[in-house]
Design a protein around this ligand. Structure first.
Ligand SMILES: Cc1cc2nc3c(=O)[nH]c(=O)nc-3n(C[C@H](O)[C@H](O)[C@H](O)COP(=O)(O)OP(=O)(O)OC[C@H]3O[C@@H](n4cnc5c(N)ncnc54)[C@H](O)[C@@H]3O)c2cc1C
Ligand SMILES: *[C@@H]1O[C@H](CO)[C@@H](O)[C@H](O)[C@H]1NC(C)=O
Ligand SMILES: *[C@@H]1O[C@H](CO)[C@@H](O)[C@H](O)[C@H]1NC(C)=O
Ligand SMILES: *[C@@H]1O[C@H](CO)[C@@H](O)[C@H](O)[C@H]1NC(C)=O
Ligand SMILES: *[C@@H]1O[C@H](CO)[C@@H](O)[C@H](O)[C@H]1NC(C)=O
Ligand SMILES: *[C@@H]1O[C@H](CO)[C@@H](O)[C@H](O)[C@H]1NC(C)=O
Ligand SMILES: *[C@@H]1O[C@H](CO)[C@@H](O)[C@H](O)[C@H]1NC(C)=O
Length: 495
């Protein structure tokens, strides 16, 4: 080919692709418009706004975005997608670190923003939330009207359906359970448009607790709620001073020993920062109880970190802890704003059966502190889990989290655009820790913070384990035989 025929050839190809995409979008748009469903496509002015997501690393290229206002319109969207051979993603509040709300290019995305129901049942003490509700408004509704709480994740703008189905972890999860543990029922629309309420003891509720987005669209769901602690609430920080990585690793093991020996109350939340080695969190109880609980820990730490410094502040109300932990957006009617960055998240969980040994703790801190480039920055921490997970077994919910002791999370965050070798670099950076961890037990992870680059074999064993995964596959074959909800990285295969 001469250069000019090559250009003509390319132009022809480009036209063809554009026409096909527009054609597909047109088919779906005209199908949906029959039912009066507002549908946006790439040529619309609002497209950039509507495809905005927290994760900048991954592109969002759905064929169209539907905005159903009622259940029958969701059913229509599923039928239009099925008839035109598109897969479907339900979009909550677009916070997925792995871009799962939009999923693979070419999906029909169903934006659930119109599903904003919030109600409280005085007899069951359950909160019902619509499939498009986010954390801040729901928590505030329950606090303002009933002075009650439900365990939720820390970001005020984050979607509830998505965060519950990804396990979820928040500041009250050590004593009240993770969000998924507290899901009482889920109103799902299945691939064929049938609405089912998955209640206690149903396979579908079990599956929702870790893998829900593979099974249907959540129209609404119910969570258990709790009275708030009445004896007080403390915010605290425990700084080690200027210590080496070796000392900080030994300190982490001392903190863990204190927990494993049963001295850390379940009402304490603790997040150990991999950046500055401070531990910080909240205590849901009296100041006297806090002082008594922390005293032996501070004493043990002093033996290796003489400048250890515990600071604390009593907060006026439970709601002040909610705002301190989940952000000022907790008081905003929209839950604040979306935000975002280009990042790769990796996570691991560790159980009470195999607490971190000093080698593993050191490998974690050393890996984290060996970053040797300037286009990436890191954020990382261990959330203390433990608490009532001691009474949970891996088979209780699809997401295997029985007996979890730590939730470890490391994010590589781009200072500008995500570098082309960012994924491989971040995985190599944390490899020594992963290798050390694997010597004690098979690797485990956390759905909401899963590394998007794992293979199916890796994520299925880390998140669910072989038994739960086999059960999920069977259920998938029964309720979504055409793989309508499979256009994303964590789709449960039917076979
Ligand atoms: C700033 C920030 C803070 C966070 N803090 C925490 C934290 O403290 N603890 C924690 O555990 N996680 C946390 N997360 C992770 C968060 O919980 C998950 O990313 C969650 O899935 C986001 O839900 P979403 O609706 O906002 O996202 P989306 O990207 O819209 O959806 C995420 C997934 O849920 C599915 N989904 C959403 N709504 C529905 C529905 N109605 N029906 C069916 N499927 C649906 C989507 O299809 C997709 O698979 C945080 C994330 C961010 C960005
Ligand atoms: C999209 O537009 C709406 C309405 O103008 C605005 O409230 C919202 O903040 C915008 N979202 C983003 C991510 O820009
Ligand atoms: C989908 O296809 C079926 C079978 O051909 C048809 O009955 C139905 O009307 C179609 N649905 C829509 C929304 O076009
Ligand atoms: C921390 O300690 C190291 C090694 O002792 C020293 O080089 C460094 O200046 C100290 N940093 C601060 C902020 O004190
Ligand atoms: C302890 O930490 C507090 C809060 O960060 C700080 O104000 C104080 O100076 C610290 N004290 C010591 C002895 O380092
Ligand atoms: C930078 O860190 C990476 C990952 O840990 C390592 O493979 C590489 O050798 C390091 N490069 C330099 C120049 O130190
Ligand atoms: C829809 O699918 C579910 C799950 O497979 C099934 O139980 C139900 O009978 C189906 N409904 C219709 C109308 O086909």
């Amino acid at each position: 080919m001469t250069p000019s025929t090559r250009v003509q050839h390319l132009l022809a190809l480009l036209c063809l692709t554009t026409t096909t995409l527009a054609g597909n979008a047109g088919i779906i748009q005209s199908c949906l418009s029959q039912g009066g469903v507002d549908t946006t496509i790439a040529t619309d002015e609002t497209w950039a706004n509507e495809t905005a997501a927290f994760q900048f690393r991954l592109s969002r290229e759905p064929v169209a975005i539907a905005h159903p206002q009622e259940k029958s319109q969701v059913a229509l969207a599923l039928q239009c997608a099925h008839n035109a051979s598109f897969q479907v993603r339900a979009l909550g509040r677009a916070h997925s670190f792995q871009g799962y709300g939009f999923g693979n290019p070419g999906n029909l995305v169903i934006n659930m923003a119109a599903f904003q129901e919030l109600s409280f049942d005085e007899s069951t003490k359950e909160l019902t939330f619509g499939g498009g509700v986010n954390v801040g408004p729901a928590a505030k509704y329950l606090w303002d009207n009933y002075q009650r709480h439900f365990p939720h994740v820390r970001g005020s703008h984050v979607g509830l359906a998505g965060s519950f189905m990804g396990g979820g972890f928040g500041t009250t999860s050590r004593f009240l359970g993770i969000p998924a543990d507290n899901l009482a029922s889920v109103e799902f629309m299945l691939a064929n448009g049938t609405i089912v309420t998955a209640g206690p003891s149903s396979d579908l509720l079990w599956a929702a607790k870790g893998a829900g987005p593979s099974f249907g669209v959540v129209l609404s769901a119910k969570t258990k709620t709790f009275e708030v602690p009445v004896e007080g609430q403390i915010s605290y920080s425990l700084a080690l001073g200027n210590v080496s990585v070796d000392t900080a690793s030994a300190a982490l093991v001392i903190i863990q020993d204190w927990v494993v020996s049963g001295k850390a109350p379940d009402v304490l939340s603790l997040r150990y920062s991999l950046s500055n080695f401070n531990s910080a969190g909240f205590f849901y109880g009296s100041e006297a109880a806090f002082d008594k609980a922390l005293a032996p820990l501070v004493k043990s730490l002093q033996s290796i970190a003489p400048n250890v410094n515990l600071t604390k502040a009593a907060l006026p109300s439970f709601w002040d802890v909610e705002v301190a932990s989940a952000g000022a957006g907790m008081n905003d009617p929209n839950g604040g704003s979306l935000g975002g960055r280009a990042s790769l998240v990796q996570s691991w969980t560790v159980t009470n059966n195999h607490p971190l040994n000093l080698k593993q703790a050191t490998a974690l801190l050393e890996s984290y502190h060996s970053l040797n480039r300037t286009d990436l920055s890191l954020s990382g921490f261990l959330d203390l889990w433990g608490g009532i997970s001691r009474d949970i077994s891996d088979s209780d919910t699809a997401f295997a989290h029985g007996n979890n002791l730590w939730l470890v999370r490391v994010d590589g965050v781009a200072r500008a655009a995500w570098p082309s070798d960012g994924n491989s670099y971040m995985q190599a950076l944390m490899k020594p820790f992963e290798t050390a961890l694997e010597k004690s037990a098979p690797l485990r992870s956390f759905v909401n913070y899963v590394n998007s680059e794992l293979s199916l074999k890796e994520w299925s064993s880390r998140l669910y384990g072989d038994k739960n995964f086999a059960r999920l596959k069977k259920l998938k074959a029964a309720v979504d035989p055409t793989d309508l909800f499979s256009g994303y990285g964590l789709a449960i295969p039917a076979k």
